[in-house]
Design a protein around this ligand. Structure first.
Ligand SMILES: Cc1ncc(C[n+]2csc(CCOP(=O)(O)OP(=O)(O)O)c2C)c(N)n1
Ligand SMILES: [Mg+2]
Length: 444
């Protein structure tokens, strides 16, 4: 490697505030703090200073050396922060900040989510629901992040984050009411399955068009800042959505307006069939933060404790400093993108085993609990059996509920239904009356 390149790689790595996130351990408590090292690098970089260079929003120096004025991509990828490994061992016990009971409760929820995913996925295959998206392999992201947030914080999710909502108290029954589109669905069956939402739980309803939730997040966060609300926004998005223009607009607004928002990227390696290798040429998503003037961290998304520590830490800072932060959680989408996809068309089974199944976030927590003497394999089997049968009954119950009437198609947008919608309503009602056998009973 040329000296030119070496110089610039090291210069670039110093430029990156993003790179250095070292856990600082406070021995008296099990709390984990992070310290960000912001190295004053410029004096060392500039060899031939020719005077002060002033621009709007920038004050630096001139240099006659093109090397010192050039940045090249950093080819040393940002490390991934990990606390719990694949075997359920903790690297440093001082970094365990959840209590035993909290870990056990979360583990049970993780298992419940896994079982619900399997059940609803199969239900779609049997034609009982129209669509489904599982989150297999990403459970630690959901529960680690939601445990690190306050319930008052606003969540904007993409679609694969059911566990975040579950942690806040949304029951499997509520998920199934939504997926079956029955009268109890909070969204009045107007959305595709998995497009959950809950006003009560500060979880905005999911929108299908990718990336639209990302710029909404700094908007809400800015309102929180103006209100002095002492809360933040957490917005989830995938590695694919990070390529949407909305993501750029969101990060630029958040940093220029200094809004208390956590940008949480679930980097699961794929956007349907597009692998991350074709999605971006740089070092993932975290490094983009530098360009916006924001701090970022890369964590092991399959590690409950790492996700929790990072979110807890940055959540506090977002609220106290009124600042945005970017968290990139590295994971792997184990299942198909959705029930409309077949991953066998674009990836090999050994990759799924190596990068996904071998690093199962739920298994990691189970091994941890067993090692700690907090759970046994027998208890695990019993819990799985009981939960599965409860979930099956819950789905059957949701399916038995009536569907919303046709009338609900025309309500809720306008305070007073306009005449053109009244005409459309009459037209469709007359049409269904004329062909009653062609439509489900609840439309009549
Ligand atoms: C604006 C827009 N473009 C394309 C799509 C189709 N689409 C739905 S999900 C998806 C992939 C998103 O990938 P990623 O953001 O990585 O999330 P993941 O599915 O991996 O969780 C695409 C292209 C869409 N819904 N909206
Ligand atoms: Mg993805």
């Amino acid at each position: 490697m040329s000296r030119f390149l070496v110089n610039h790689l090291s210069a670039m790595s110093r430029l990156c505030r993003v790179t250095v996130l070292r856990p600082l351990l406070t021995p008296s408590t099990t709390q984990v703090r992070f310290q960000t090292t912001d190295i004053k690098h410029r004096d060392r970089l500039i060899q031939k200073e020719l005077g002060i260079a002033r621009y709007v929003g920038m004050k630096t120096v001139y240099s006659a050396d093109i090397e010192t004025c050039t940045v090249v991509p950093n080819h040393t990828p940002l490390p991934v922060y990990q606390v719990l490994d694949n075997e359920g061992c903790v690297h440093d016990t001082d970094q365990l900040s959840l209590s035993n009971q909290e870990v056990l409760d979360i583990y049970k929820q993780m298992v419940t989510l896994t079982l619900m995913d399997k059940l609803l996925y199969d239900a779609q295959r049997h034609g009982r629901i129209s669509f489904y998206m599982a989150c297999t392999g990403e459970e630690a992201i959901h529960f680690g992040s939601s445990a690190g947030l306050s319930h008052e914080d606003m969540v904007y999710a993409q679609y694969r984050e059911a566990g975040v909502l579950m942690y806040r108290g949304f029951s499997p029954e509520e998920c199934m009411n939504q997926c079956t589109g029955n009268v109890l669905d909070l969204g009045k069956a107007r959305q595709m399955p998995v497009h959950y939402g809950s006003r009560k739980l500060n979880y905005q309803h999911i929108s299908s068009p990718l990336g639209t939730q990302i710029p909404q997040a700094p908007g809400t966060a800015y309102a929180f800042k103006l209100q002095g609300a002492n809360k933040c926004v957490c917005v989830f998005f995938g590695d694919g959505s990070a390529s949407e223009g909305d993501c750029h607009a969101a990060m630029n607004f958040a940093t220029t307006l200094q809004c208390p928002v956590l940008f949480f990227c679930r980097n699961n390696g794929y956007a349907i069939s597009t692998p991350a290798t074709e999605q971006y040429a740089g070092d993932g998503i975290a490094m983009r933060a530098i360009g916006y003037g924001m701090e970022a961290v890369r964590v092991d998304g399959n590690d409950l404790f790492a996700v929790y520590n990072a979110v807890k830490h940055y959540r506090e800072r977002a609220v106290t400093e009124n600042a945005p932060f970017l968290i990139e959680a590295m994971t792997y989408r184990v299942g198909h993108h959705s029930t409309s996809d077949d991953w066998k068309a674009y990836r090999y089974e050994n990759e799924v085993h190596e990068l996904g199944l071998n690093s199962c976030p739920v298994k990691r927590v189970k091994l941890f609990l067993i090692k700690q003497g907090l759970w046994t394999s027998e208890e695990d089997e019993d819990f799985i059996q009981q939960t599965r049968s409860t979930l099956i009954q819950t789905l059957e119950k949701a399916e038995r509920q009536p569907k919303p009437g046709l009338d609900s198609l025309f309500t809720d947008v306008y305070d007073k239904i306009p005449s053109n919608l009244i005409d459309q309503r009459n037209e469709i009602t007359n049409h269904i009356r004329k062909y009653p056998n062609e439509y489900p009973k609840h439309y009549q």
